[in-house]
Design a protein around this ligand. Sequence first.
Ligand code: NAP
Length: 344
Amino acid sequence: MKAILIPDFVSDPSTLQPTSTPIPTPKPNQCLVRITYCSPQHADILHAQGKHQNNNKKRGWCFPPFVLGFDFAGEVVNSPRNGDVNTSAVFKKGDRVFGAALGAFAEYVCVDVQAIRKIPAALSDETACAMSGQAVSYASVVHIAKIKPGETVMVSGASGGLGSVCCMVAKALGAKVIALSGSADKISTIRETIGADLVLEMEGDWIEQVMGFTQGKGVDVMLDNTGMVNDAIRALAYFGRIVILGFAARKGVMEDVKMNKLLLKSVTVMGYRFGESGRRYPDELKKIWEGYLRMLETGQLKAPLYGKYTGLEDIGRALKDLEERRVCGKIVVKVASENETARL
Ligand SMILES: NC(=O)c1ccc[n+]([C@@H]2O[C@H](COP(=O)([O-])OP(=O)(O)OC[C@H]3O[C@@H](n4cnc5c(N)ncnc54)[C@H](OP(=O)(O)O)[C@@H]3O)[C@@H](O)[C@H]2O)c1
C-alpha cells in the first residue's frame, strides 16, 4: 500500500511523500480499515519531527519507523469475530467507520475496535473524517462547562478544529458566542462558517469590545484552545468559568497565573483531557458520543471543510498549510473513493 512512512524523524514535514509499505496485519482486537479520507492536525507535524510528548523516549509510544497520521474515515475490510473481543462494538466487512489511530496517512490502517464508530447514514465519509476529532469540543461545552442557554461563551482558536466546533455546539445550546482569532484574514470565513454572534481579532482593544458586547458584565465561560488564561480572566464575568483545552499558541511555554486574580473574580478553572477522561469513564464517553453524533446527524454541526487536497501526495502541502496557520476549519485529504471495492 501507499503510506506516509517515517523511517526517521524529519525537520520539514512538508517534504513528505508516500512510499510503498506492506498492508498492516490486525491484532486480535483490531479491524483493518480501507481509508477513504484522512485529516491532518498539528500533532502530526510534531510526531513527524519527533517533538510531541508521544515521542518522549521514556513516556512515549511513537517512534520510527511508523506511518504518520491519526484521524480517518473508511470502510472495514475485516474485523474480529463476535466473542473474540471484549467490547459491544462489533463491525462487519463494508461498514463505514471513522476514528483515530496512528498510521492513518495510508491506504489501510489497523485500529482497535474501541477507537472507531459507525458513520451515521446521513453523513459522508468526508464529513465524518473532518469531525472525527471534535467530540472533545462537544464534551467541553456540554459536560464540562455545562453551558446554559443565554450564557455568553468566548472561544479562542475559533478558526481551528476544536474551536470551530466549540462555537457551533455552544450556539446550538442557545449561548451567545464570541469567536476569537489571531488572524484578520480569517474573520470573515469564521463568521460565515460558524455563525458566531461576535468574531474578534485579538488585537488592540479587543477585551474592551468583549466588555461592551456583554454590557460590562464579561463572559460567563471561556473555552481556551490556545493558552490565554490571563486574558480570559480579564474578559470574564464574576463567577465565570474557564475550560482549558489546549495551548496552540504557547509554543511549549506555559502561562503563569496569579492566584489572587482567580479569587478576586471567583473564577473556576477546569482542565479537560478528553482521551484520558474517556479511558477512565467509558460510560460518560458513550454519552458524549451519542450526544455529539445526534448533533451531527440533525445538522446542528456542519463540517468546517478547508481547501481541496487529493491523494497522499497532498499530505505535505496540507501539513505546510497547517504549520503556516493558513487553515480555517479542517483539512481532509481524499485517499480513495467511498464506493471502491476493497482489494482485500
Ligand atoms: N484537551 C484535549 O483533550 C485536546 C484534544 C485534542 C487537541 N487538543 C489541543 O487543543 C488545541 C487546539 O487543537 P485544534 O485541533 O483545534 O488545533 P488547530 O486546528 O490547529 O487550531 C488551533 C488554532 O489556534 C490558533 N493559533 C494561535 N496561535 C497559534 C500558533 N502559534 N500555532 C498554531 N495555531 C495557533 C489558530 O487560529 P488563528 O490563526 O485564527 O489564531 C488555530 O486555528 C491544540 O493545542 C491541541 O493540542 C486538546
